[in-house]
Write a protein that binds this ligand. Structure first.
Ligand code: DP6
Length: 359
């Protein structure tokens, strides 16, 4: 008769985050320690998030992972670092009902299966490792009964992908770069929760669905090695901006928030241009969106919309409120009508609907 076996499973869901003060550059590539603090806003999980199920069973003979239904290798250093760190913190588990009893030392021998899904179109170029690693670490911590809080877990998710550490919290989140050589104080803290500034509406304009040519990891390595502007930014500019951004968020001061977000995005892309060889993440459509927002903000006298671009041409637009978001959508539709050649789709985040307008 076959021996009775069991499977213990945990499912978690983690949204992605968008930096308004960017992380760009590592001082330690293995531990993923940044050259500056960064601040992000976590998106509504209804729109852009990763759902991950982790399972453990004595019948599994190796660690395996599936991403959007396709098996991927877990042998990469980043996955291995996260698995090792969580296994080291695993505690005993007992579930009498299901007949499961796992001693602390058993976790060393037991194998894991991981299935992860993104709820956003992967082809849209929005796939982010941030939600993925945050969700993996969070789910594994629950499965293995680790007692660490979300900040402590963020220091593990960071070793999967830097920006992942900020996805362990909702609202506005700060990744403190830390000073310790072992990276133990390089972790994320929540500045304010999602209710603090809930009138903001985030719109993602998908400019191109193509995969970026230079990954963030490679791009920031080249910037650290060659860009003088990056050194100046990390030492002189970001420390002041972080303080100003924290104030703007605390006071819900949209004018300062927009000015700082746009300036920081532009400086990040200036660093990319200052890198040898230069990196071009934005394209003509991205530049047209910037001009459109700048002109509108200028004509209103006070900013209505902030823009920020990560390592790609897609625009993340943060509107002051629903009225500004509606006007922004009208302007985008006017500038990029559905029949136009510009490859632009707009997704409204922070609302129940995802509007696919053009392209
Ligand atoms: C431009 O976190 O993807 O989005 O740590 O090498 O995995 P690795 O890089 P990643 O870089 C994100 C860069 C950014 C800015 C940001 O999110 O702060």
């Amino acid at each position: 008769m076959a021996e009775k076996t069991w499977v213990r499973m945990v499912t978690a869901q983690t949204p992605t985050n968008i930096a308004v003060i960017k992380y760009w550059g590592k001082r330690d590539e293995t531990l993923i320690l940044p050259v500056n603090d960064s601040i992000s806003v976590t998106l509504d999980p209804a729109h852009l998030c990763t759902t991950t199920t982790v399972a453990v069973s004595p019948s599994f003979d190796q660690d395996r992972m599936w991403l959007n239904g396709k098996e991927i290798s877990l042998s990469g250093g980043r996955y291995q670092n996260c698995l090792r760190e969580i296994r080291a913190r695993a505690c005993a588990v007992e579930d009498k009902e299901k007949g499961i009893k796992i001693a602390k030392k058993d976790w060393e021998k037991l194998h894991l299966h991981v299935a992860s899904y993104n709820n956003f179109p992967t082809a849209a170029g929005l796939a982010s490792s941030a939600a993925g690693f945050a969700c993996l670490v969070f789910a594994l911590a629950k499965l293995m009964n680790a007692k660490e809080d979300n900040s402590e877990l963020s220091a593990i998710a960071r070793q999967g992908s830097g920006s992942a550490c900020r996805s362990l919290f909702g609202g506005f989140v700060k990744w403190i770069m830390g000073k310790a050589e072992d990276g133990s104080d390089s972790l994320a803290v929540q500045l304010v929760d999602e209710k603090h500034w809930d009138e903001l509406v985030i719109i993602i304009a998908v400019v191109s669905s193509r995969q970026k040519e230079t990954s963030s990891t490679t791009g920031m390595r080249d910037s650290v090695e060659t860009s003088l502007l990056l050194q100046h930014r990390a030492k002189e500019v970001v420390p002041k901006r972080i303080k100003q951004m924290e104030e703007a968020i605390k006071n819900r001061d949209f004018g300062s928030f927009a000015q700082l977000s746009c300036a920081d995005s532009n400086q990040f892309h200036a660093v990319c241009l200052d890198t040898c060889p230069p990196i071009f993440y934005m394209n003509d459509t991205s530049h047209r969106i910037i001009s459109c927002v700048e002109k509108w903000n200028c004509s209103e006298g006070t900013p209505q919309v902030a823009y920020t671009f990560d390592a790609g041409p897609n625009a993340v637009l943060i509107a002051h409120n629903r009225k500004a978001a509606t006007q922004l959508m009208q302007k985008l539709l006017f500038c990029f009508p559905p029949s136009s050649d510009a490859d632009l789709n707009s997704y409204v985040i922070g609302d129940k609907s995802i509007l696919k307008d053009a392209g």
